[in-house]
Design a protein around this ligand. Structure first.
Ligand SMILES: Nc1ncnc2c1ncn2[C@@H]1O[C@H](COP(=O)(O)OP(=O)(O)O)[C@@H](O)[C@H]1O
Ligand SMILES: [Mg+2]
Length: 636
């Protein structure tokens, strides 16, 4: 929520003094603790709305930015467009800039306001608001020039202002990325998880004073030194050291991203793990970034509501692996598109390191002796020169071996000792909503996972089956206002791979929840009756979770899919608080209380059990007892 605030002292920022620092208080929670993500605190009177900004910015003359735009785009009109004579304010002479934003409500004194064309409105419609908040200049396209110029502010006009914001932001904030070791992760699945695992490795390295040598790919340049804090940018949250910032989207807009890098640098961050979505690449959100290492996890037909076809989707991700965006690549040998990327990059002479969780001997890093368990996996990572590193994935599921090996390979490619990297990766206490175990003292496994794509649903169900002795009771819904084509496949996967498939609502958004369920059910009905489990339909998500819990017996697994870390449910545009972890925990407790009415339960003084998967004290392995062992559907 943004608050509009009128700032009268519009001059101070231009003179280089520090604007008030946004208050982003730490939560006092130890690193890696799985909790709900707090909102950035925007309530203190001195704070500005919107994403964080650096405290200190050296003002950049507007003329210099105009030259930058002009030089890169010969012939593009860059001007004070009021026709005012040279030297006049409207032409921007003497004006300096200390920030940039495309959100008129988030403008701070000294900012360039980027007035972008939108589907319905034009940013130029809000230029008065930007001006009242202290904008020093406007960047816009020809369609916005006239309205922007009417304010009397200097106007920079380029054909594609969105495409220039990242570069301008990087320049205004003093190229913060160059002082950070940056590892970017792309792929259809596993970006968030891999980013947390990379962060674990970076934390361990920082503790040990690494990376001491600059990333080889960075040509030994950069001003990075050993130690320091780590930064994380992704779907669940962004982090500066242990401070958490709520994440609006997987990859922030370019202007906010560069500001965040600058804040990180200012606070002593030396390395950053970051998710890079294909949307971000297409929409220019990582413009202005050059990653030291870019990771390609995998590609499967997803987001085809956004991309024309899979080739288009691949090409979108492909953009990350160009000299403009990264200095070295790490790719998944086992993935069809990863392999294609590997060969293309090798042909181009682009530095690339491959990894194979399946242990392919031609990959640079491969996993051997993989042992998967309900809490995580262990494996030996064999490196390019035959070096062997004992490694582990701190989260269950074979695909997390791939994520852990991706992280290890990326860290090694960044010049970090692979043993230190492996140590840090296996010490990660879990990733919120990614195969997150919920422990209320029950004798069956209870897991919350974010899988919300057909492939992910399948791989999670396979992974969970592998470590479940008894039956799997899974709950899943499909989001409304999103790719409807995946719904039948998701319904089918759930019906085929679980003993009890409870179809329910995810975020129906503006759609009729029953209509979504009907499509999912249609997919489930395509699975021959003898190949599917019991299929239940329960529109109410909390009731669906209770239904799954009610069926659990010792040694079973209850699996709640689709929403992971999310803290709300959007029904008809109203977002109500809803937390799968909390609801699952409460359902388990409620059932236990029903079953044991005589003895009082332990007073539930906590709110949520968010167990650390790596903590043996909290582990509840599937029961060894076979008394209630059901074998139906086990081999589907
Ligand atoms: N490497 C992988 N391959 C297939 N599925 C995965 C992989 N990693 C994670 N998943 C599944 O996808 C879900 C989303 O994982 P996440 O790490 O949040 O990926 P992303 O950020 O790319 O959406 C997880 O909850 C899990 O079910
Ligand atoms: Mg993500």
């Amino acid at each position: 929520m943004h608050h509009v605030r009128t700032i009268t002292d519009s001059a101070y920022n231009l003179h280089g003094s520090a604007p008030p620092r946004p208050s982003l208080r730490g939560t006092g929670v130890p690193p890696g603790t799985l909790t709900a993500v707090p909102q950035a605190d925007q309530t203190s009177p001195e704070s500005f709305p919107g994403p964080p900004r650096p405290m200190r910015v050296t003002p950049v003359p507007l003329a210099e930015l105009a030259r930058l735009l002009d030089a890169d785009e010969p012939g593009a009109p860059v001007s004070g467009s009021t026709g005012a004579p040279e030297g006049d304010t409207a032409s921007g002479a003497g004006v300096s800039v200390t920030g940039i934003t495309h959100d008129s409500r988030a403008v701070r004194p000294g900012d360039i306001y980027a007035a972008l064309p939108g589907a319905r409105l034009h940013g130029a419609d809000f230029v008065e608001q930007a001006q009242s908040l202290g904008a020093a200049a406007v960047l816009t396209d020809p369609g916005g020039t006239e309205r922007a110029a009417a304010t009397g502010l200097p106007v920079l006009t380029v054909p594609d202002p969105r495409g220039r914001m990242g570069q301008l932001a990087a320049t205004i904030y003093g190229k913060p990325g160059e002082d950070l070791l940056q590892i970017g992760i792309t792929g259809t699945s596993g970006k968030t998880t891999t980013a947390y695992l990379v962060d674990g490795g970076l934390r361990k390295a920082a503790q040990k004073g690494e990376p001491r040598v600059a990333c080889p790919a960075k040509g030994g340049g950069g001003r990075r030194e050993g130690g320091g804090l780590t930064g994380l940018i992704g779907t669940v949250e962004s982090r500066i050291g242990d401070e958490r910032i709520k994440s609006e989207r997987t990859t922030p807009e370019a202007t906010d991203l560069q500001a965040l890098f600058a804040v990180m640098r200012e606070r002593g961050v030396s390395s950053v793990a970051m998710e890079v979505s294909s949307h971000a690449l297409v929409l220019g959100r990582v413009d202005g970034c050059v990653f030291d290492v870019a990771v390609f996890n995998n590609l499967s037909p997803e987001h085809l509501d956004f991309h024309r076809d899979i080739e288009d989707y691949f090409q979108a991700k492909r953009q990350l692996f160009t000299p403009e965006r990264s200095r070295a690549a790490v790719v998944n040998f086992d993935d069809e598109y990863g392999f294609r990327l590997l060969t293309e990059l090798q042909d181009e002479g682009f530095p690339v390191t491959s990894f194979s969780a399946e242990g392919h001997p031609d990959a640079d890093w491969r996993a051997e002796d993989v042992e998967v368990g309900p809490l995580g996996s262990t494996f030996t990572a064999v490196g390019p020169d035959g070096q062997e590193v004992l490694a582990g994935a701190p989260i269950a599921g074979p695909f997390n071996v791939a994520n852990a090996l991706a992280a290890l390979t990326a860290l090694a490619a960044a010049g970090i000792d692979p043993n230190i990297a492996a140590e840090g990766i296996s010490a990660v206490p879990g990733v919120p909503g990614r195969l997150q175990r919920v422990d209320a003292g029950q004798d069956y496994l209870a897991i919350v996972d974010y899988a919300h794509k057909p492939d992910a649903v399948e791989s999670v169900l396979y992974a969970v089956r592998k470590v479940t002795e008894g039956a799997v009771h899974a709950v899943l819904g499909c989001g409304g206002d999103r790719d409807p084509h995946k719904r039948p496949a998701m319904g089918a996967a759930l019906a085929r791979l679980s003993d009890t498939a409870v179809l329910t609502s995810d975020n129906p958004r503006s759609e009729d929840p029953l209509a979504i369920l009907a499509t999912m059910l249609g997919g489930a009905a395509e699975v021959p009756a003898h190949e599917r489990g019991i299929v239940l339909v329960e529109e109410d998500r909390a009731a669906a979770i209770r239904a799954a819990v009610a069926r659990a017996e010792p040694g079973d697994t209850v699996l709640i899919l689709g929403k992971g870390h999310e803290q709300g449910q959007d029904i008809a545009g109203v977002v109500r608080p809803f937390d799968d972890v909390q609801v699952l925990y409460d359902s388990i407790r409620a059932r236990a209380a029903e079953q044991a009415p005589a003895g009082p339960m332990h007073a539930p003084t906590h709110t949520v059990a968010a167990p650390s998967p790596s903590s043996p004290a909290l582990s509840v392995p599937p029961s060894e007892s076979s008394a209630n062992h059901r074998t139906d559907n086990q081999n589907r």
